[in-house]
Design a protein around this ligand. Structure first.
Ligand code: NOJ
Length: 667
């Protein structure tokens, strides 16, 4: 029997030691001793570092003795730690975001009773009380300076090839004869709520996500966006890193509640909020990166949500127009591309509990998605006209999402019909009125009664029609569509059918008897996502044919959540992201071919995202970044992943020689 004295790593007693004369037993004995040593080390590390290392399966077979401690990372750094010059010691990563537990709900677990405000009193005290009553404890940033990164920012040496060349070409050798147009925009996208952190800093008001994320279970890992990537302070570093990768454009969103902490027309404008975005825009241009602004990426000011239900109320329209006007006046001339709304289709189906406790009288949870669409489309249209009236430079549109769909069983009438239904109920819900007709798709109007889907008046139709200068799409994937089980008609007759009213079924495997999956699949918690590279070019072509514009088409987001990335125990494993690299390079290749060979007017692409960030209800569990963010590191250290470097190699070897996009703007 063997014993381990946990107090002393030396006290290892093996009374049954093998005899020297028995080589087989000696070998076994040595293996037992080695195994016991390893267990002992693992156990002691576990005591030092918490539960993660107590799970012996988290220990790699190789080099257990060099496991570094979390938080005490043996890299030599300067400044805020952005030039890692240390030895290539494997960097262990916590399997669980250490902030997750800390960031669990502390605020009210239901809607506080009574009025949130006496409207009209917009003082600091009122805002402080609002934070305290509705949100509770907020984690404050660990530093509050904007450090100036080196420029040019140093890039690491390129990663060694993953596969032989006959299987995967190096990025610069892919499609060697094709080149992007001279004014093509290539860059990354982020969104305020997912990236900025510092949610209570410099006068920002709470957003609806600051509130809902406090409800246990609302976010998969019970985290909030209090810190996120701390882009509020680290944006210069992130811009410098994007510039080093060759990016010439950066798409970011503005937190409405940083500009109007109370959200409302007539309430005070927060100069510090404006100043933050001015600095960001200014620095971006300084680096030759064209800043692209989204006015609304799902972060409704909480004050408007609790006062009148946010987008459930027509009151949101004037408040949004008022906010947009402030942004237009302040940023005219420094922003060329504007988006009013991000992915309205996703946004308007988000609320469940607890937002639905804020619905105004007369709007049921079933009506909300349609009422929201109505108010959002009207707000978009009004802001579009304001943009033109104020003579703001540049172009404006909104970001669609989703896909047009492909019939699962080609040639089968009911699947072809299901595709048309999906188009009408998804992209068409916004793109038809805004780009084409001013009104909801006919198919939808024929099926949804006005008490569910409020109709537009003739004046509103005129107001809405043609209010987009270009077509923007977050095209992550294409999907296969079939009629639902039991057929479309039966579904349409049954309001409680789970697929009602769209009445289609989505398939991510083909209809062959074998049922092959549609493409490489993403992180399982992102079960909607797969690499559909072979469909991306036809998708953009079809969209351009259906919704032609003078301004062309932008791929405003595309990206991938590498499977199980967040569970990788070592940094060098986490930054090896082959599935994301496949998607990004294959999409880029298809886009290049789409421009050069098919003549599709694709004007720019934005990868989601430059850095890992807070993925809404999934929290930090799914990573989408081209750069890894170590959330346990005091400076939220970023590390380029393979995909960032390979994407950059592809872009740099295929971009037009003289990139004139930003130069033209700054003239
Ligand atoms: C699109 C959304 O705009 C963005 O906020 C989200 O993080 C990505 N999809 C990935 O899910």
């Amino acid at each position: 029997m063997s014993q381990i004295d946990l107090k002393s790593s030396r006290a290892l007693v093996l009374p049954d030691a093998p005899k020297a004369s028995d080589p087989q037993r000696v070998r076994i004995g040595r293996m037992v001793i080695a195994a016991l040593w390893l267990m002992l080390i693992a156990y002691r590390l576990g005591l030092d570092h918490g539960p993660h290392f107590r799970n012996s399966s988290a220990l790699p077979d190789a080099q257990p003795l060099v496991l570094p401690k979390i938080h005490i990372i043996p890299t030599v750094t300067t400044g805020l730690g952005w030039i890692p010059t240390g030895l290539p010691t494997p960097q262990a990563l916590p399997s669980v975001n250490p902030f997750a537990a800390v960031r669990t709900a502390t605020g009210p677990l239901g809607r506080p009773q009574g009025k949130a405000f006496d409207w009209g009193d917009f003082g600091h005290d009122v805002m402080k009380r609002f934070w305290d009553d509705w949100i509770g404890h907020v984690i404050q940033p660990q530093f509050d300076a904007v450090p100036l990164p080196p420029h040019p920012y140093p890039l690491p040496s390129p990663p060694p090839p993953l596969y032989p060349e006959y299987y995967a070409l190096p990025p610069d050798q892919i499609l060697p004869d094709l080149t992007f147009p001279p004014d093509f925009l290539f860059g990354w996208a982020t969104a305020a709520q997912q990236y900025e952190g510092a949610v209570q800093t410099d006068g920002r008001g709470p957003s609806v996500w600051d509130w809902t994320s406090r409800f246990p279970g609302y976010i998969a890992d019970n985290t909030t966006a209090d810190i996120a990537d701390l882009g509020y302070y680290l944006y210069k570093q992130d811009l410098a890193r994007m510039a080093a990768l060759g990016g010439n454009a950066y798409s970011f969103s503005v937190a409405w509640s940083r500009i109007f902490p109370f959200g409302m027309k007539g309430s005070p404008v927060n100069e510090k909020g404006l100043k933050y975005y001015e600095d960001l825009v200014g620095y971006s241009r300084e680096l030759g990166i064209e800043p692209v602004m989204t006015l609304f990426h799902w972060d409704t000011p909480l004050a408007l949500q609790v006062e009148y239900g946010g987008f459930a109320s027509p009151r949101i329209i004037d408040d949004y127009v008022n906010y947009a006007e402030v942004m237009f006046r302040r940023f005219n001339g420094t922003i060329r591309l504007w988006y009013t709304f991000n992915e309205p289709g996703v946004f308007c189906v988000q609320p469940g509990f607890p937002q639905n406790t804020t619905l105004p009288h007369g709007v049921s949870a079933a009506q909300y998605p349609y009422v929201c669409r109505r108010h959002l489309v009207l707000a978009h249209a009004k802001v579009y006209h304001l943009f033109k009236e104020l003579n703001i430079q540049g172009e404006i549109s909104y970001k669609n999402d989703d896909y047009l769909g492909i019939a699962w069983r080609r040639g089968r009438k009911e699947d072809e019909e299901a595709v048309k239904r999906h188009q009408a109920y998804y992209i068409g819900f916004f793109a038809d009125p805004i780009h084409l007709t001013g009104d909801w798709p006919e198919l939808v109007k024929a099926e949804l009664p006005p008490d569910l889907l409020p109709r537009f008046s003739a004046d509103e139709v005129e107001l809405i029609k043609g209010t987009a200068d270009f077509f923007a799409i977050d095209a992550y994937r294409e999907d296969l569509i079939s009629a639902p089980p039991g057929g479309i008609d039966a579904c349409l007759r049954n309001r409680s059918h789970p697929a009602w009213p769209e009445c289609v079924s989505k398939k991510d495997y083909d209809s062959s008897p074998y049922g092959w999956g549609i493409g490489e699949f993403a992180e399982p918690s992102m079960d909607w996502l797969h690499n559909s590279w072979q469909h991306i070019r036809p998708l953009l072509q079809r969209l351009n044919d259906m919704y032609p514009t003078t301004g062309g088409i932008y791929l405003t987001e595309f990206g991938f959540a590498e499977p199980h990335e967040n569970e990788k125990p070592y940094l060098h494993q986490a930054i090896q992201d082959p599935a994301r690299t496949h998607l990004l390079l294959s999409y880029l290749g298809e886009i290049l071919k789409g421009i050069v060979e098919d003549g599709i007017p694709i004007k720019g692409v934005f990868a989601w995202s430059s850095v890992d960030n807070w993925e809404w209800n999934t929290g930090f569990k799914a990573r989408f970044g081209n750069q890894f963010v170590d959330y346990s590191h005091p400076t939220l250290k970023r590390t380029f992943k393979r995909s960032a470097i390979e994407m950059s190699q592809f872009w740099k070897s295929h971009r037009a020689q003289a990139d004139e996009s930003v130069a033209a703007m700054s003239d």
